[in-house]
Design a binder for this molecule. Structure first.
Ligand SMILES: Nc1nc2c(ncn2[C@@H]2O[C@H](COP(=O)(O)OP(=O)(O)OP(=O)(O)O)[C@@H](O)[C@H]2O)c(=O)[nH]1
Ligand SMILES: [Mg+2]
Length: 285
């Protein structure tokens, strides 16, 4: 995009992350993969399908409260049609739901062990891009807030085990990015959901790109939030409309575009513009 630095991925880091993940996979019985329900494709790790092919696995579309419910239904169908058990959740809330799903994944193995008089436990790892809600999920399952969580990427720095019950141990992992190296659109979308640090990007251009995408997907929500009626507005004019609505002006009546950008990113991330999903299965088929 014009005026915006390209986001660079580091192949060395990716290779290291892949090796780490391979090592951890050997130590667990279950894989909980979290993706962001607003971005179910771009926020998934495409390598996991083959790497974890032989492990019981769940794909949890997290932050469903921020996504468009009908889009979430389409995504669940899309993944299930491809043999991937997908479920929408809110990591901070759905303790029983996720425990039950995990229980279902290991029941056979446990019952086989039981017939031999052995009670076995389960070890599960949680993987996903930065800021997707991995630590929140484990805290919820464990029923205590031991792991640090925050609405920014890179909060968890190292893998960490945590007991989540008599027979359940969970491995929290630092967020891992695994995009196609050349896909700037995907990278931008990861930045919208704060899976990539803001500082890596130019917030102003990022926020304009987000507004443009939102106007293409849900113009009525954007216009209702920022109180303007011009469905064809795009680019800087759109950001000016936001500044106008909020009174973000500098001395001399110039628009404070940086403040507008910060506001749009914040409000999208916290769901204030509405429940919006950024990509649909139809876009990728
Ligand atoms: N709205 C909403 N917010 C959520 C949900 N789950 C997690 N969050 C928030 O998302 C932010 C990131 O959560 P974390 O649990 O720290 O995410 P993480 O995947 O561990 O992040 P890293 O350790 O940085 O990779 C926090 O502010 C959480 O409160 C959800 O279902 N809905
Ligand atoms: Mg974390």
């Amino acid at each position: 995009m014009e005026g915006q630095r390209p986001i660079s991925w580091y192949p060395g880091h990716m290779a290291k992350a892949k090796r780490l993940l391979e090592g951890q996979l050997k130590r667990v019985d279950i894989v909980l993969e979290l993706c962001d329900a607003r971005l179910p494709l771009s926020s998934r790790n495409p390598a996991l399908d083959s790497m974890a092919a032989h492990k019981p696995r769940l794909l949890l579309l997290n932050k469903e409260d921020l996504a468009d419910p009908s889009a979430t239904r389409q995504w669940v169908e899309y993944f299930r049609a491809r043999g991937i058990a997908a479920y929408p959740i809110q990591a901070g809330k759905h303790r029983q739901k996720v425990l039950k799903l995990m229980d279902g994944l290991t029941r056979e193995k446990r019952q086989r062990a039981q017939t031999r008089g052995i009670a076995i436990g389960s070890r599960a790892m949680v993987v996903g891009v930065p800021n997707v809600g991995k630590s929140t999920m484990i805290n919820t399952l464990a029923g205590r807030s031991s792991l640090k969580t925050q609405d920014r990427p890179g909060v968890t720095r190292a893998p960490q085990w945590m007991k989540a019950g008599e027979r359940l141990e969970m491995l929290d992992t630092p967020g891992m990015l695994w995009p196609r190296l050349d896909d700037q659109k995907m990278a931008r979308r990861l930045a919208y959901i704060a899976a990539i640090r803001d500082e890596v990007l130019d917030s102003y251009h990022l926020a304009i790109a987000l507004l443009d995408e939102l106007m293409a997907i849900a113009p009525e929500k954007v216009m209702a939030r920022y109180k303007f009626e011009a469905p064809s507005l795009r680019g800087q004019a759109l950001m000016e409309a936001v500044c106008q609505a909020r009174g973000f002006l500098r001395k001399g009546n110039e628009y404070d575009l940086d403040r507008g950008a910060a506001c749009v990113l914040d409000e999208f991330r916290s769901g204030l513009i509405g429940r919006i999903t950024l990509e649909l299965p139809g876009d990728v088929l």
